[in-house]
Design a binder for this molecule. Structure first.
Ligand code: ASP
Ligand code: MG
Length: 456
């Protein structure tokens, strides 16, 4: 049995969704499909929260907007009157429930994390319902089950939940034994789980990849397939390097590194659950379903030059904290990180020297992060500075740290391109080397690196 995740990008319009339906009908028997919301729907749901707080009059508009968007797609997928009516009826109930949550927010003048997470899951609830009903109408044995019914248990942390694997496994195995079979096609909304107290909690934006990995690991799937509208992992971002190539095979470690900095092929936490269950991940392009795609495995294959991809993110800024004797005083780092954690700020990475601690934060967090550490009294540091115009570049390949010459080759190429390196982190991961450059030098850096590792 496979677990297959279908991304929102494949559910952009009626035509795309139609291709998916055909693919599922042809190859999906006996498998479990974990769905994303239709393209753009989660954004509408989340922005609706503000609008609902603003005015009650906005609520029917939000619901109508969602209905129109989905109907646009449904119209192309299903023509027969009876199943169409049945689907409309089921959807009406879902919209009505969603509407009540928005009214709840408006009346209480408060959007609690619990409410926000509940509302955010409606895109997945709707897409899974629609696809299952359409396949059913086509005469296939398709059904739909919610994560809360399956018992996909989470730790209860709103907007950033983690699955509780042993309980989820128990529940899923029992459910499957009673309900699943080789002819059945099962649809499960992605993006969230339920805490033991019954709270609906999402895994964070883009989290349905992680959902699918949780289901795959819990159900003991033969493989986790991620169906997307792209080929797979590439040697660089095609927007920067048009002649970049597909990476046919990667290790879990490499995929995890690329998920953090790369072009959003996978949610960064997707690898966690399947890795311990030793289940491979196959990235498949739904437009070329027989193409090879990228395969992620325990051992992968190493290429002669070790490096498999050059990637970057500009969603990074540095908070530099100057204090003397950082390495000889205890407590500084913990005071700083505690303050940031209290203010809900995620630290992407830390680099320290004897005189300076550099924290890498997301750009959206940098101002709040800076304010947060300024509140610590008495101040444990001398001076703090924000550097925002940087980009984090990484070269990724398992065994980088063990192979002499890779780093030298990398930095020679960057230096020959006349780019100054602001900061380096090497050796902390077995599969990546990170460094910061000024954002204005980013293009040159990527070109130089891709050319030295892949064009020669
Ligand atoms: N629909 C959710 C989001 O847009 C989850 C996902 O698509 O993975 O964040
Ligand atoms: Mg998505």
């Amino acid at each position: 049995m496979k677990v297959i995740k279908i991304g929102g990008g494949c559910l952009k319009d009626g035509q795309a969704a139609n291709a998916i339906i055909k693919l599922i009908a042809k190859r999906g028997k006996g498998d479990i499909f974990v769905l994303s919301a239709f393209y753009g729907v989660t954004d509408i749901l989340i922005s609706g929260i503000e609008k609902a707080l603003e005015s009650e009059a906005n609520i029917p508009l939000i619901i109508n907007g969602l209905r129109t968007r989905h109907n646009h797609i449904i119209k192309i997928l299903i023509q027969e009157e009876r199943p169409k009516k049945q689907l409309s009826k089921s959807l009406r109930d879902v919209y009505r429930k969603l509407e009540r949550y928005y009214y709840g927010i408006n009346f209480t003048r408060e959007a609690t994390p619990r409410m926000q997470d509940m509302i955010a899951t409606f895109g997945e609830r709707i897409s899974a319902l629609i696809l299952s009903k359409i396949l059913l109408a086509k005469g296939l044995d398709a059904s739909f089950v919610l994560p809360e019914e399956l018992g996909i248990i989470s730790d209860g942390k709103f907007m950033d939940a983690t699955a509780v694997m042993d309980k989820t496994r128990q529940n899923l195995v029992a459910w499957m034994a009673a309900n699943h079979g080789p002819q059945k096609i099962l649809f499960v909304p992605g993006f969230y789980g339920v805490s033991e107290k019954g709270d609906i909690t999402t895994y964070g934006r883009g989290g349905s990849d992680y959902s699918a990995a949780v289901v795959a690991a819990a159900a003991g799937a033969s493989v986790l397939e991620i169906w997307k509208d792209t080929e797979g992992f590439m040697t660089a971002d095609p927007d920067n390097i048009s002649h970049c190539k597909l990476i046919p095979e990667l290790t879990y470690e490499e995929a995890a590194e690329l998920a953090y900095t790369g072009a959003g092929i996978l949610h960064p936490r997707t690898v966690e659950p399947v890795r311990s269950a030793n289940i491979n991940i196959a990235i498949k392009n739904t437009y070329h379903p027989d193409a090879r795609g990228s395969l992620i495995t325990q051992n992968g294959i190493t290429t002669p030059n070790i490096v498999k991809s050059v990637s970057y993110t500009v969603d990074v800024a540095v908070l530099k904290i100057y204090a003397s004797g950082v390495g000889a005083r205890y407590g500084i780092l913990s005071q700083i990180t505690e303050s940031l954690a209290r203010d809900g700020i995620n630290i992407k990475s830390v680099v320290t020297s004897q005189t300076c601690i550099s924290l890498l934060l997301s750009r959206k967090d940098i101002e709040t992060g800076h304010k947060s550490i300024q509140k610590i009294k008495p101040s444990p540091y001398r001076k703090s500075v924000v550097i925002a115009d940087v980009a984090l570049v990484s070269i990724v390949g398992e065994g980088l740290h063990k192979n002499r010459g890779v780093a030298a080759k990398c930095f020679t190429a960057v230096s020959n391109a006349n780019v100054n390196i602001e900061m380096i982190s090497f050796g902390t991961s077995n599969a990546a080397l990170y460094f910061l450059v000024k954002e204005k030098s980013l293009d040159r850096t990527i070109q130089a690196l891709h050319s030295i590792f892949f064009d020669e």
